[in-house]
Ligand binder design. Structure first.
Ligand SMILES: Cc1ncc(COP(=O)(O)O)c(C=O)c1O
Length: 466
């Protein structure tokens, strides 16, 4: 057997690419393309920069591709606390406690007033699954039928079958049905393509009020919860208008609907507040989180709940449904807790949430300068979290094709910047570039990103559209 250290540090680039092509199944990728091109293989990163195996360096405008490396690359202090913790105790199942689990649980609940218990797992999808299971079990405990979960069109909540059932992105779902019953959609909140054909502010915020119509149609006695991303991420970066959430909150309160806020993307500073819902003065009953929670140095997720919800699961053990009978093996890995604690320390000590707000405002302002450009239909965002929706024709808002998007992203990469894009999510509307760099970026980095985006749009659109 070869030495592992040697395998990871002494390699031949061509050999790695061949191994990759032969054995590695890339996520979300049609492997046919690798008949004519090589897969991208990344080797190292520092700060907001990342290098591939051919030595090309990029400014990572997508924080690891899926907006998760919030504190940037090369954080030795995170690696060190993980190392120390793993040597001491790598694991014990979540049936018991560990020192980093208790420390991290307390820190998280300090950040989330009103929520006082967290349930750990290994991915954002799992965190949302736990929330759905809690909702269903509460209905059993209360001997009622309030087990349906409402979700919003265009939102995404994860890759498992129930999370897909609770996601409003039909292209992600079409190959994977049938889905479980009990998940029902409400309209999305994107003004640029208002589902009611109205124009803000003369719209009475119908997208929020529609929640009540859906609850009425389904029967209030059947609706247990509503899950929302505070700002839709993969569905096109959609911050709702400020009047939206107070209406949602009021309707949830009136119909006794548990409000689950999915902070998997927005959490941990991405939007310029620690959690995305803080922009909107919301009081969620459950908050789910992952990604930026440990900046993806280790897998970790959590479902944080109010004491009211937690107390529903504390009973005489002989009672049916007395406790939350749920476990995720990797909810007991101590690396994630240690990484999460150090990640929070870095966010706080380096004031990165504030940086995301200030430099994020600059990013959004600079991107809005592109609004006059012929292919830019809409620019949206909050903090270091922005979307640029591309259209072939501004008056008809005809979205650009997937080929155009691919060309644009490729051309932006040619300029040395990586950005994301909506991919096979909303039928016909996968036309938004996603820009979400690590929270450490400076104005100069933002200038570099925006300049590359500008050139990439121009060249990519011209290449395909002529
Ligand atoms: C808003 C949101 N929720 C949940 C998830 C699922 O997280 P994971 O991929 O860790 O299961 C994602 C993943 O992108 C997400 O964007």
């Amino acid at each position: 057997m070869s030495d592992t250290k040697d395998l990871l540090s002494n390699y031949d680039a061509r050999d790695i690419i061949e191994k990759d092509k032969k054995h590695l199944w890339h996520h979300m990728v049609q492997h046919k393309i690798f008949e004519s091109q090589d897969p991208k293989v990344f080797v190292e990163g520092y700060g907001a920069r990342i290098k591939d195996i051919d030595g090309n360096e990029y400014l990572d405008g997508a924080s690891g591709g899926v907006w998760c490396v919030n504190v940037g690359y090369g954080r030795e202090s995170i690696a060190k606390v993980i190392y120390d913790q793993l040597v001491k105790l790598p694991y014990y199942a979540g049936v018991a406690g560990t020192i980093p689990a208790a420390q991290f649980a307390e820190k998280l609940t300090d950040l989330l007033p009103g929520l006082d218990h967290v349930f750990f797992a290994g991915s954002g999808s799992e965190a949302n699954e736990k929330a759905f299971k809690m909702v269903r079990q509460i209905a059993h405990l209360n001997e009622n039928t309030k087990s349906k979960v409402l979700y919003r069109d265009r939102d995404y909540h994860g890759t498992t079958i129930a999370c897909l059932a609770a996601s409003g992105q039909p292209e992600r779902e079409e190959a994977y049905g049938p889905f479980p019953d009990g998940f029902v959609s409400i309209p999305h909140a994107l003004c640029y393509r208002c589902p009611f054909g109205l124009t803000y502010p003369d719209c009475n915020i119908e997208c929020a009020r529609a929640l009540e119509d859906v609850i009425q149609e389904e029967g209030p006695e059947t609706v247990g919860a509503l899950i929302l991303e505070p700002i839709t991420a993969g569905g096109g970066v959609i911050p709702p208008v400020e009047e939206y959430y107070p209406i949602i909150q009021e309707i949830c309160g009136r119909y006794d609907v548990i409000l689950i806020i999915d902070e998997v993307v927005c959490g941990f500073g991405r939007t310029g507040t620690m959690f995305g819902f803080e922009h909107y003065d919301l009081t969620p009953d459950i908050v789910t989180m992952a990604k930026g929670m440990a900046s993806s140095y280790a897998p970790i997720s959590a479902t944080a709940v109010s004491s009211e919800i937690f107390e529903k699961f504390v009973h005489d053990p002989s009672r049916k449904y007395a406790y939350f009978r749920d476990i995720s093996t990797y909810g007991g890995c101590t690396a994630g807790f240690a990484a999460g604690l150090e990640n929070l320390r870095i966010l706080e000590d380096e004031d990165l949430v504030e940086n995301a707000r200030v430099v994020g405002d600059y990013l959004c302002d600079r991107l809005r300068e592109l609004s006059d450009y012929e292919y830019v239909g809409d620019v949206r965002g909050k903090g270091l979290f922005a979307g640029v929706e591309l259209v072939e024709d501004k008056s008809s808002k005809t979205p650009v094709s997937e080929d155009v998007m691919n060309a644009v992203v490729r051309e932006i990469a040619e300029e040395g910047v990586l950005v994301g894009k909506t991919t096979r999510s909303i039928p016909g509307l996968n036309n938004t570039l996603n820009i979400a760099p690590p929270l450490i970026v400076t104005r100069a980095d933002v200038d570099e990103i925006v300049d590359a985006v500008k050139v990439g749009i121009e060249r990519g659109c011209k290449q395909v559209l002529g």
